[in-house]
Design a protein around this ligand. Sequence first.
Ligand code: ADP
Length: 414
Amino acid sequence: MARPRLLLLLPTTTYRAAAFVEAARRLDLDLTVASDHVSVFAAAQPTGLMALDFAHPERAAGEVRGFAATHPVDAVFGVDDDTAVVAAVIAEALGLRHNPVPATLAARDKHRQRVLLTQAGLPVPAFALHAVTADAAQVAREARYPCVLKPLRLAASRGVIRANDPAEFVTAFQRIVRILEEPEAAACGEPARQILVEEFVPGGEVALEGLLAEGRLRLLALFDKPDPLDGPFFEETIYVTPSRLPDASQRAIAECAERAALALGLTSGPIHAELRINERGPWVIEVAARPIGGRCGAVLRFGEGEGASSLEELLLRHSLGLPIASFERERAASGVMMIPSPRAGVLTEVRGVDEARAVPGVDDVVITAHRGQRLVPLPEGSRYPGFIFARGDTPEAVTRALRAAHASLEFVVA
Ligand code: ADP
């Protein structure tokens, strides 16, 4: 039998590429990587690389249909919110099993998602949509506090700001308008001309990694976020699993995430959800039809020893209908720290990387920012300068190792 062919959709600015390409190699797939950036290598390697116009999924699907006539494609996988939509359009054109296109669109749009989840009776914060041209002072007078203002289509907490009173509201609103005017944000069109305002949901936050199949959400991992996320900006730092929440809370969270994913119409593939939990139970902050972002996938391993599999391998196996040996995460506790941008400026040097790597329990310290790169903290920025990974016997030990490693790093910024 021919090796299965996977079409992997990779945006040009992703940290996820290496992990997915490695997973495809381990599975011995015929891999075609498509990106929206015309690769200089595409001509030399016509079946391995492909340029696709991700901004026009129908056009991209037409091209893939032509390609698939001579190189049959068995699965299409998009790694982020945008390519998940493109993958669904292409898969539909090829007659492959995939999420319905409208479901992926709803998962990507924070407002559409709120509307659908509210209709389905899920616990979501009250919300209202405003045009960027609205009179911010007027809207601020009518808002309830505390609230959270956010763009519809950005990621990694970019442009997400808490306001406690009308003055903070107006400042936040104007700040988001300026972020949405930046070219790559403005490129998404109408969604960049609106701002979502939501009731602030108090409580601890978790992230859930899951896999949808046959109408059920299989829980792959539940992460606690030990650093409080109370605003005004919502910087992700530590994710650690297994969760220390009581079993009953964990079950309620998983059930809530499953109902939310199904309410959006999603049917198949990875889910990454953020939920808050307080005395009234779990609340859906966001459900995405993609795996965990950035380099963070490396925090998860399934099975033990030789046969252990990466998250990416598990997901690619699922998309191709290949057998999956274990959905059970390894026994060790595991965690990642998304390193916050220390301050705005040009990165000249990162000190202490060897010391950070030497901290017991630390698996790896990956500095993704390069010398000369401009670091932009939240709420304007969205890229972390690096990631720290640790494993240990308990989530507490993992958290301590991550903090100790972070404390030995010094980002020199000019
Ligand atoms: P993004 O997709 O950019 O990460 P989210 O909508 O998930 O945007 O918001 C990012 C973070 O902001 C969340 O993980 C959460 O900590 C915080 N947040 C967002 N909305 C709310 C809300 N209504 N109440 C409390 N916190 C929120």
